[in-house]
Design a protein around this ligand. Sequence first.
Ligand code: ADP
Length: 234
Amino acid sequence: TTKQLIMSEKLAAIGEITAGVAHEINNPIAVMQGNLDVVRSVLAAESEGVATEFRLIDEQIHRISQIVTKLLQFAKPEEYAGYVERHAVADVVSDCLPLVQHLLNKGAIGVSREDAATRRILMNRTELQQVLVNLIVNAIHAMPDGGTLTLKSRDEDREGRRGVAIEVTDTGVGMTPDVLHRIFDPFFTTKRQGGTGLGLSISQTLVTRQGGSLTAESRPGAGTTFTIWLPEAD
Ligand code: ADP
């Protein structure tokens, strides 16, 4: 659609600009982090009074470098993409769960799975895992009072193309239509702390690059379903 076209042009433009900027930011960050560590060890004895300040600086430097890493991944996907491979979807979903298990336990969130897909897909495994973990972590954030995370996969044809659909559903807070309209925009976030607003725009870029799609449906107060669709590997 036109909207997707405009969005992908927008993403490409942002990509070009940020690739350069992100590279330039990396060096000063490394210098700051190194010097902070030196100052902290020199002041070891006297630094107790400013322990909180040290921790805050440390955390914020870490946060900047996380944003830069995400931006680079986004801006120069070909450098980070690696290769594309065939694999069974259920295996990739299984690989994701240990990575988020501590969050599921802490959040009192149950997991329900339905692995019905029989077709294999073609996508870099790490990237697909990154997309799934992104969706799962967002789902967990949406269920602060606990709930159920449902992970489903099935064979599904779209517009005459054979493929696989993977659904990530939560029983969380859901989204209003105006939020839902903007979630794939780079830097759009409703999270006060720690949100970069890059997770979904990067995820959508990664899936679209493999000829697939990432879409969302949501009802405020009821929950949200994200659907990844990827073409079958032939
Ligand atoms: P971030 O998580 O850093 O905010 P994302 O691009 O991953 O960035 O998500 C953008 C926004 O989409 C979130 O801030 C949130 O408002 C909304 N969102 C994403 N997933 C969900 C979900 N499962 N339930 C409710 N809102 C969601």
